[in-house]
Ligand binder design. Structure first.
Ligand code: GTP
Ligand code: MG
Length: 344
């Protein structure tokens, strides 16, 4: 595509955190839509995937990002629900991710699902940063729409700055209790050894430029070698959801994390009883900045390259399982691919 970044995979970013701490609002701010408004009870019931191209990221990050510094095509965000009953969805999102954003409400600090998310990130060794969200709710906060956070903090009164810092150091202390050395992101030299804390407001967009910049930097610096993938190779992905789609029967919503998948490819999908071998009838992809859950945002495409959210239409998917692997067979031995899927 236009960025000439065809051999670099889009990093997958999982957004994790306690219920109502602002994960979906933060993504909404980034993609300029309002998915959370349509959600039942304001709880995110399903994992969604959103592709944000580099051009959008550099536009939002403004002076903080020079797009020529990056040769990654963008970032693919996976929103996860914070409600306690969605633990499997959270660990699925965490396990898929290259990097993660842990969203923590500055007023509430660490809560049960924050703890759970930290455990998932530790277990899966996923590098992450903390979005210390809702800074605009600190009493007396004077909002500066979309401003980098240090600039906005300088413009707050001494008392407000003190209040916010106290909360931020509370979060840093809680990270330390979980064996993560953390600091304000602008003081972190090496994001592999230290967790950077980015104060943000998903509401006013303050700190969002910083968050995007740190995420791009983190991906670029520490993930690049791993993401130098063979984009022509047979695709590998994970099923997020199995659902009906009008005109296509049972489909699977999936995140492709490696290689490509094409129309008419033979695929093997983990099933309730046994792996399902079938043939791709259609690939439906969300347009950039649109949500995979919004049917109208889909377009039929002949081929999809990692990383991407994709809806796969194929016969015999009724017994496909959320969380199960998907593998493209292409020129490999089908029996071996089936055995691999069974193993996972
Ligand atoms: P679950 O998906 O249920 O886990 O919640 P979530 O983390 O996605 O939270 P969501 O984005 O739905 O936000 C919860 C509530 O907090 C909503 O009413 C948001 O408007 C509000 N909110 C989120 N971010 C901010 C913020 O930065 N400032 C303020 N003032 N409110 C916010
Ligand atoms: Mg949500």
């Amino acid at each position: 595509d236009a960025d000439g970044a065809a051999t670099l995979r889009t990093p997958i970013v999982a957004v994790l955190g306690h219920v109502d701490h602002g994960k979906t609002t933060l993504l909404d701010k980034i993609r300029g839509s309002a998915v959370s408004e349509g959600e039942a009870g304001a709880i995110t019931q399903h994992i969604g995937a959103t592709a944000v191209p580099l051009s959008t990221i550099s536009e939002m990050a403004g002076e903080l990002v020079d797009p020529t510094d990056f040769d990654l095509p963008g970032l693919l965000y996976i929103d996860t629900p914070g409600h306690h009953s969605f633990s499997t969805l959270r660990s699925r999102g965490g396990a898929l991710a290259d990097i993660a954003v842990l969203v923590v409400d500055v007023n509430d600090g660490f809560q049960p699902q924050t703890e759970e998310a930290v455990d998932i990130l530790k277990r899966t060794q996923t590098p992450f940063i903390v979005a210390a969200n809702k800074v605009d709710t600190v009493p007396g906060w004077n909002p500066n729409e979309g401003l980098p956070i240090q600039e906005s903090m300088e413009q707050q009164s001494e008392r407000v700055q003190g209040d916010l810092n106290e909360r931020l150091y509370g979060i840093i202390g809680e990270l330390s209790d979980h064996d993560f050395a953390a600091d304000m992101y602008w003081r972190v030299q090496n994001f592999q050894n230290n967790v950077g804390v980015v104060p943000v407001s998903a509401m006013t967009g303050e700190g969002v430029p910083d968050l995007l910049t740190v995420l791009m930097g983190l991906s670029q610096r520490y993930m690049k070698d791993e993401m130098q993938i063979d984009v022509e190779g047979p695709g590998a992905g994970t099923v997020l959801e199995v659902k009906e789609a009008q005109g296509f029967g049972t489909t699977v919503d999936a995140v492709l994390y490696d290689g490509t998948i094409r129309e008419d490819d033979e695929i093997v999908v983990g099933g309730l009883e046994a792996p399902i071998t079938t043939e791709v009838r259609a690939l439906l992809q969300p347009k950039p900045l649109e949500e995979i859950r919004t049917e109208k945002a889909f377009e039929k495409v002949p081929e999809v390259s990692a990383a991407a959210g994709v809806k796969i239409a194929a016969p015999d998917l009724d017994d496909a399982m959320a969380g199960a692997p998907i593998r493209v067979v292409r020129d490999r031995d089908r029996g071996q691919v089936i055995a691999d899927v069974e193993q996972e």
